[in-house]
Design a protein around this ligand. Structure first.
Ligand code: OAD
Length: 257
């Protein structure tokens, strides 16, 4: 099926449900100019994950790991939310139950206005004391001191992100599973669907009888499980679905804008 009729069907489906969950990955931020992890120009082509994004890499060479995160913070700081982030922020207000689960650490969903958000992999704009676990908001680009130290106890601060070999925060993961298994529709946007446990969340939706809508320019391991898989860029497709939703709502006389 070509893109246009799929967009219409997806908008029709969305116009009939109340409980929507969204799962995003780095692809949603690609149109804002932030590189994804995998693929031709992905970060993991240039950098070895195990040398930079693991607890052992950090404790072996905190300066190197922090220089990499400082570089990424510098790259992300001037970037603005794109049309995809903006549509999703607006949808939070039109569905009675709507939560966005993201694997991204860039904070762009919040910049776009999303408030109901679960960050599965943390947030690059927060630092965490390796001794006391205290969280510190920090927007300094570049960081003045690398590696940064806790002002209270002088222990190393680390990026508040989940590294390979680490578990996700239990409460966040449980919440994400609950939201995925209780929604009527999950929109899975811009993720390669290969990193667990995030990749399994849409399967919990399907097991509970909900529908999966995937938006991605490429085929992924999730594609064969999706009720609708729309090929293309998130910013463009979400805009098209939004236009169609507005058209349906105007027709029904329920448009709010
Ligand atoms: P990946 O880099 O694995 O996948 C990015 C996905 O975005 C791919 O499937 C692309 O086809 C798709 N994509 C690219 N441009 C797009 C666009 N304009 N619109 C929509 N989709 C687009 O990134 P993630 O799936 O987010 O974890 O990776 C998952 C996790 O692996 C990350 O959170 C990170 C990484 O290692 C940690 O750091 C713990």
């Amino acid at each position: 099926m070509s893109r246009k009729p799929k967009i219409k069907q997806v908008a029709e489906m969305l116009s009939q449900v109340d409980r929507v969950t969204v799962l995003t990955g780095s692809g949603i931020s690609a149109e804002s100019g932030i590189p994804t992890f995998r693929g031709e120009e992905g970060l993991w082509k240039t950098y070895q994950a195990e040398e930079l994004a693991t607890p052992s890499a950090f404790f072996k060479n905190p300066k190197l790991v922090w220089e990499w995160y400082d570089w990424r913070r510098g790259l992300m700081a001037p970037k603005a939310p794109n049309s995809g982030h903006i549509r999703l922020a607006a949808w939070e207000k039109i569905f009675s139950t709507f939560t966005l689960i993201t694997q991204n650490i860039d904070g762009l969903h919040q910049k776009a206005g999303t408030t109901k958000i679960l960050e599965l992999h943390g947030n690059i704009w927060k630092l965490r004391c390796t001794e006391e676990g205290t969280l510190i908001e920090n927007q300094e680009v570049p960081l003045e001191v690398i590696p940064p130290l806790c002002s209270e106890c002088k222990a190393l601060l680390r990026p508040h992100v989940v590294w390979f070999g680490e578990s996700l925060e239990t409460a966040i993961l449980q919440n994400a599973i609950q939201l995925s298994s209780s929604c009527e529709v999950i929109l899975v946007i811009g993720t390669s669907s290969v990193v667990q446990p995030a990749a399994s969340l849409p399967l919990a939706t399907a097991d509970a009888g909900g529908k999966i809508i995937e938006i991605n320019p490429e085929v992924t391991p999730l594609t064969s499980y999706a009720d609708f898989s729309i090929r293309g860029k998130a910013g463009e497709i979400l805009l098209e679905i939004d236009e169609e939703l507005n058209r349906i709502n105007r027709y029904k006389g329920t448009a709010s804008q």
